[in-house]
Design a protein around this ligand. Structure first.
Ligand SMILES: [Zn+2]
Length: 120
């Protein structure tokens, strides 16, 4: 991969990270403003399911954030774009579609098959 390509992925990853951080702040605001007294039990139930929905999304974003950090670390140490499964280069097209990936399409497919066989 050329240095220019690396810089493009770096910018893309940093942009993804910024938008996650903005989302997390927004959720914290929502949580704070909703923590007042809500007398109606129905309101309370729907608020709590909204909250758990929000928290599930946040959990996913937190994990994505970790993957972004790992990808940025791989850019710094020069191992970005190399499959951690087989050591081959990951295709640029795959990285463009999913810049945080650390597996080439063959290894990813094998991993998904294994997970399916384990009943997950
Ligand atoms: Zn691979």
């Amino acid at each position: 991969m050329t240095n220019e390509e690396l810089q493009i992925f770096k910018k893309q990853l940093e942009g993804m990270k910024e938008s996650i951080n903005a989302d997390v702040e927004r959720t914290l605001d929502t949580l704070t403003s909703q923590s007042g007294n809500i007398p109606d039990p129905n309101d309370r139930a729907s608020m709590e399911s909204d909250l758990s929905f929000e928290l599930r999304i946040r959990e996913r974003e937190r994990r994505l954030g970790e993957k972004i950090d790992e990808a940025l670390a791989r850019i710094s140490d020069g191992s970005y774009g190399v499959c951690t499964g087989c050591g081959q280069d990951i295709s640029i097209q795959r990285l463009q579609a999913r810049p945080v990936t650390e597996l080439c399409i063959e290894c990813k497919t094998k991993q998904e098959q294994r997970e399916k066989e384990q009943g997950r």
